[in-house]
Design a protein around this ligand. Structure first.
Ligand code: NAD
Ligand code: MLT
Length: 314
């Protein structure tokens, strides 16, 4: 495949650019392009590399008359219109797994943070207060963690949180009870999961079956004080239902890395983020040096492979 010129439209690690150039592929980095600018620019490129900020819509794909490849330096491809890409014979590449450990570790840190009120207690101390009683927490040992989506990230979370003494239960439509047992997780149908969990963490893609998966009905079938974590995709948890549950005390706290709209501007999302019981991060799951180098190299290697140039070409 003839790939001469690549547009890098989101900030990916320099390793991606270096590697493409090493294989004589011309690379332009143009970040934060408006939709209109992207539609114009894409006409000049054989491939585009993105993270999650740039939306590769049907309009962009149709405008990209020379475009043969869309490379996603990350796991989720929900910012790419995959159907439009297929209809226009454009290959969509991603790098599943390259950032799984980083996303897993952020999930674990949100769980431990919620248990001990680390973020609000730190903010209170910085504001000059000494509120030891207010920020007393609970042990994770002996608590139950429900993992919805037992793929790459979900099962890594299970293994790490078991080391903290948590019991892990979970559900995934393509994982059997036998397979879940291999990572010490009890496989259960969703309706049996909700009343047993102390913490719920979601690790699914955002697809019609998972949109609003955690909603008012689900939150009400959980134990009072349930904690919710989302390092997967905004939209899996219904933000207004979660906000209501936090305000009523039904939900005891939430750790949220991803939002329905990013960056968030919706008043409900902003109110959710502002809650004391919410620890929120700006889509940082994959934001580690290690993960970014891995996904940058993986995406460029796949593009190079498509050109037919051998890996040891210099
Ligand atoms: P994966 O494909 O390995 O695992 C996802 C699992 O979800 C699969 O096993 C799938 O069968 C399961 N699933 C699908 N529908 C389901 C349903 N209705 N109920 C329960 N499970 C269901 O993906 P992964 O690499 O583990 O990534 C999980 C999610 O995390 C993705 O949405 C990905 O985009 C996101 N992610 C976010 C960040 C971040 O920066 N916050 C970083 C990496 C990945
Ligand atoms: C992913 O799906 O891999 C994440 O959203 C990572 C990213 O921030 O690119």
């Amino acid at each position: 495949m003839d790939i001469k010129k690549v547009l890098v439209a989101d900030a990916v690690d320099n390793a991606c650019i270096e590697l493409l150039k090493k294989y004589s592929i011309e690379v332009d980095c143009k970040y934060k392009l408006s939709k209109e600018q992207l539609v114009q620019e894409i006409k000049n490129y054989d491939a585009i590399v993105v993270r999650s900020d740039t939306k590769v819509t049907a309009e962009v794909i149709q405008a990209g008359k020379r475009m043969k490849v869309i490379g996603r330096a990350g796991a989720g491809v929900d910012n790419i219109d995959v159907n439009a890409a297929t209809a226009n014979n454009v290959i969509v590449l991603n790098t599943p797994g390259g950032n799984a450990i980083s996303a897993c570790e952020l999930t674990c840190s949100l769980i431990t943070n919620l248990a001990r009120n680390v973020t609000p207690a730190s903010a209170s101390l910085k504001a000059g207060r000494w509120d030891r009683k207010l920020y007393s927490g609970h042990e994770l040992s002996g608590k139950t963690l429900a993992i919805i989506g037992l793929g790459r990230i979900g099962r890594e979370v299970a293994l790490r949180m078991q080391a903290w003494g948590m019991t892990t239960i979970g559900f995934d439509p393509i994982v059997s009870a036998e397979e879940a047992k291999q990572f010490n997780t009890e496989f259960l149908p969703l309706e049996q999961i909700w009343p047993r969990a102390d913490y719920i963490t979601v690790h699914t893609p955002l697809i019609p079956a998972t949109r609003n998966l955690i909603n008012q009905k689900v939150l009400n079938s959980c134990k009072k004080g349930i904690r919710i974590i989302n390092v997967a995709r905004g939209g899996i948890i219904n933000e207004s239902d979660l906000l209501a549950a936090i305000k009523s005390g039904q939900c005891g706290g939430a750790g949220i890395d991803v939002f329905e709209q990013e960056p968030p501007t919706d008043p409900v999302t902003l109110e959710l983020i502002a809650q004391d019981k919410v620890v929120a991060t700006p889509h940082l799951g994959a934001s580690t040096g290690e993960a970014q180098i891995r996904v940058a190299v993986e995406v460029s290697e796949q593009i190079i492979a498509l050109t037919g140039k051998s890996k040891d070409y210099t």
